[in-house]
Design a protein around this ligand. Structure first.
Ligand SMILES: Cc1cc2nc3c(=O)[nH]c(=O)nc-3n(C[C@H](O)[C@H](O)[C@H](O)COP(=O)(O)O)c2cc1C
Length: 296
């Protein structure tokens, strides 16, 4: 499932079909569990996967209140590994113990997400009698049960539970960064292509407004249907280039070679041409150099 869809779809499932969770599914969800972030990578967790129906059924209500217990094909008891927790305490003092509990919470979350990803469902049970749980499952002394997860195939599709509005639960400290519009982004970081050799390149559907072209050899290039208004051209070789349906209004040509360049259906309003070679350049079949001579 796509990740955001998974996040939005996962919900606690408290009613399961009478179907087993396969070995492969069980391993997959536990694999997801151990991928969780954890303090110092000490992985201070241990998981007891319970599939014995009688043992599972004996959990309610003595160990935890799980009214839907008789349907559960898999129950995962998440424990703190006290050896790893002790190492965390040795390193960070008493708060190291809190890190071990945080590790197990992360693992539980990964497990529930992976279960949902596989089309299974799960529910997290917090309140429990850890001592009785240890006795019932013969849990090792250095493992402390902290949470139970019930896992199975959902019997019905559960509606997703609402959350408080995000703004009610967040406090932003520091500047708020508003999303950058493509327009702003373009201005902040203009696209730049420099020192490139791209013979035969094709540029299509372009908006080149306000672009600058410097020292570029575009001999024989073809330009069509391009917004090139207010562009600037300097030291360009555009000889024999062909321009069709181009908006060049406001463009500036400086020291460029426009010899035999051919413009058709182009808009040339307020174009400035300085020190350019205009030999044989035509606009809609009109020889530009001759036209200028006539005006003079
Ligand atoms: C620490 C913890 C303890 C929980 N304990 C129980 C529980 O004892 N019984 C239960 O039915 N659900 C329990 N839940 C599940 C929550 O009720 C559930 O996650 C919450 O209502 C939000 O619903 P959702 O997970 O479907 O979005 C627990 C969840 C957490 C994280």
């Amino acid at each position: 499932m796509e990740f955001t869809e998974l996040l939005n779809k996962r919900t606690c499932v408290r009613s399961y079909r009478n179907e087993p969770v396969t070995d492969e599914q069980m391993r997959e969800i536990l694999e997801a569990g151990i991928r969780a972030p954890n303090a110092c990578n000490y992985q201070s967790w241990h998981f007891y996967a319970v599939r014995d129906k009688d043992i599972i059924n004996s959990f309610n209500p003595e160990i935890a209140r799980i009214p839907w217990i008789s349907d559960i094909p898999l129950l995962i008891v998440i424990c703190v590994d006290e050896t790893a927790a002790g190492a965390l305490v040795g390193k960070f003092g008493e708060r190291g113990r809190l890190f071990a509990y945080q590790d197990t919470a992360g693992a539980a979350n990964h497990i529930l997400l992976k279960a949902a990803d596989l089309g299974l469902g799960g529910c997290w049970i917090g309140p429990m009698n850890a001592e009785k749980c240890s006795e019932r499952l013969n849990i090792a002394e250095n493992h402390t049960p902290v949470a139970i997860l019930t896992i199975g195939t959902p019997a019905i599709e559960m509606p997703v539970r609402d959350r408080k509005p995000l703004d009610d639960v967040i406090t932003v400290i520091g500047k708020t960064v508003t999303s950058i519009s493509p327009e702003t982004e373009k201005k902040a970081k203009p696209f730049k292509l420099a020192h490139a050799s791209v013979p035969g390149a094709v540029f299509e559907d372009l908006n080149l407004t306000d672009s600058k072209f410097r020292n570029i050899n575009m001999q024989g290039a073809g330009f069509e249907d391009i917004n090139m208004s207010h562009t600037g051209y300097e030291g360009l070789t555009l000889s024999e280039a062909r321009f069709g349906r181009i908006d060049m209004s406001g463009a500036e040509f400086n020291g460029s070679d426009l010899k035999l360049a051919e413009f058709r259906n182009a808009s040339f309003e307020n174009v400035k041409i300085t020190d350019c070679n205009l030999d044989g350049m035509t606009i809609d079949g009109i020889n530009v150099k001759e036209a200028i001579e006539k005006v003079k």
